[in-house]
Design a protein. Structure first.
Length: 328
């Protein structure tokens, strides 16, 4: 019998709250028989936030409930406004320790039933839809092996066992590096406790090899491979083609979705956002109003050839910005 697991996204005031509603609508449409809970973890106001991070719009909160989501509050103990990506670390505390979980960034569409994804919750992994964003190697600075090796040693982890021997020493894909757009494990609180400890230690007491490296906004993606390795997972734990493939799309922004994703993904987005009860709430968010409901996304889409996209996401973003269609 397949395991029942829960899904976690973060929802808060502004963009992420609206994206959480789009996520919920896509899950309900693409996986109507999903047996787990959809948890929208909401940071609460406190000394680490400059303003109230809760979803203020009562209509949006009601829509999330209508779409099957449960809004669950959590306290920000370590990150908050100074590092909002820390939400995806601290939110793990609210989950049931007895149920497996899958975390998704809110800017994700579910495009097929998640029950068909062959998760092994005892071997965690994360998104491999990533670019070579960290670390940045200086001419006379530490090498990739020096930097990643120092991090593994800091937490008494087996660095050699984490390497992909199919790539040479100076190529970034030899080293476990993930996008934090999704990750999963058998216990969210256990995963989250390690994630918190590793991220805080790297932030507060980085090894000397990191002295030239920027940690913001990469801190979560620096700590994530260490957590996955410590819990017995790795780069090969999830067969390719499911998440970031047939079952999910981490689009990152609505303009990027229209620029580079498949026709089927665009059709799904427009279909799930078409019902009037959804439209009347989500059109309050300017990027959805202009890109989806006013049709500017279709205009943007005609600017790009999906079979010949620029290799780096930054080039796509810059083209969209030149057309004054970068709305997020």
């Amino acid at each position: 019998m397949d395991e029942i697991f829960d899904v976690l996204v973060v929802g808060q005031e502004g963009r992420i709250g609206y994206e959480a509603a789009v996520f919920a609508a896509s899950l309900r449409r693409s996986d109507p028989d999903f047996a787990g809970r959809l948890i929208v973890a909401e940071p609460q106001p406190g000394p680490l936030w400059h303003s109230d991070p809760r979803i203020a719009d009562p209509a949006l909160r009601a829509l999330l409930g209508d779409l099957g989501a449960q809004i669950v509050p959590f306290a920000s103990r370590h990150f908050g406004s100074e590092y909002p990506y820390g939400n995806k670390i601290e939110a793990l505390r609210v989950m049931d320790p007895g149920r497996p979980f899958v975390f998704f960034d809110s800017d994700t569409l579910i495009t097929a039933p998640l029950g068909a994804v062959p998760f092994d919750f005892d071997r965690p992994s994360a998104s491999l839809r990533r670019e070579n964003t960290w670390p940045r190697i200086e001419l006379y600075g530490p090498s990739l092996a020096d930097i990643w090796g120092a991090l593994y040693r800091q937490f008494d982890l087996d660095f050699a066992a984490s390497l992909d021997p199919g790539h040479p020493e100076h190529f970034w894909k030899r080293y476990s590096y993930f996008n934090a757009g999704f990750y999963y494990h058998r216990s969210a609180p256990r995963f989250g406790a390690l994630f918190e400890r590793y991220a805080r230690t790297i932030r507060d007491a980085p090894p000397p090899e990191l002295v030239l490296q920027e940690l913001d906004p990469w801190l979560d993606q620096i700590a994530l491979p260490l957590v996955i390795h410590a819990l017995g997972g790795g780069l090969d734990a999830l067969p390719p083609g499911h998440l970031d493939g047939a079952a999910s799309c981490h689009y990152r922004s609505f303009p990027l979705l229209y620029a580079r994703e498949s026709d089927a993904t665009v059709e799904l987005l427009e279909t799930v956002l078409a019902p009037n009860p959804i439209k009347k709430v989500l059109k309050a968010y300017e990027p959805l109003r202009k890109i989806v409901y006013q049709g500017k996304g279709r205009i943007l889409r005609d600017l790009f050839d999906r079979d010949a996209l620029p290799r780096r996401e930054a080039a796509i973003r810059n083209r969209i910005k030149r057309e004054k269609l970068w709305l997020r």
